[in-house]
Design a protein around this ligand. Sequence first.
Ligand code: PAF
Length: 284
Amino acid sequence: MSVDLVKTVDAIRKRLQSARLSGKIIGLVPTMGALHRGHFRLIKEARQDCNCVVVSIFVNPHQFGPGEDFEHYPGTLESDLAHCEELSVDVVFAPRVEEMYPREQLTFVEVAKLGDYLCGPHRPGHFKGVARVVLKLFNIVQPDRAYFGEKDAQQLAIVRRMVQDLNIPVDIVSVSTVRESDGLAISSRNQYLGRKERQRVPVLYRVLQIAKEQIQAGETGSQHILRKALRVLEEEPLVEVEYFEVVDPEQMHPVSKVVGSVRVCAAIRIGSARLIDNILCERE
Ligand code: PAF
């Protein structure tokens, strides 16, 4: 059976009506396209849990700030559809911007506090744009489950909190980060890396591991943990550190002491690429 490509809100609602009525579990994998192995893992998880899998492909202009890569974001619908077909996706929902935003949008969704640190201050308005489009997708598709990658841990925390606060009837499933063999987290933005830059970026995962090792060895002072790892990052001439923090894994605010589990999160700039990554650390 081949994957259905649906482009309008009315059509996706009609397409999913019978699935819903026959009691099928609907899984949604929201994406901006340019599908890669990270997305494939989300889709495979959805395929295991659900009997109707919907992948949305929509490059949401409202989550990009001025000067960000909206204009250059890779659009690869043909190959995305081929991947979805291979992975036995039932429906791809790929609306145009005018379909998602047919009029000026006066309604915002803001999950307070969780966007105050990490990417929030560096990408003003980003999480408001993400929360609104995700809520719209939830209202359009009405999935039972929705799949998000842990690489975007702050986005995941914000979506989870939005779902809890607004009683949205969807289970949020988090899926672990897929990495290249040298540790680089797979991302659509890795294609912005030049050859030299690509050689240097595994340092990002390496410093997260250095932080994790310290925590597992009993170190609890965030400053101490960060200082040691930052020294390694600072030795990389091409890399500019945007942030590097030890945070509470649900509230996403920095903590000065490691108690229970924490997430170490980092963002770097290298050439024209901005890369984020994180690692969950539990004291042993
Ligand atoms: O993570 C992404 O690809 C996007 O932020 C999402 C969740 C599809 C919303 O546009």
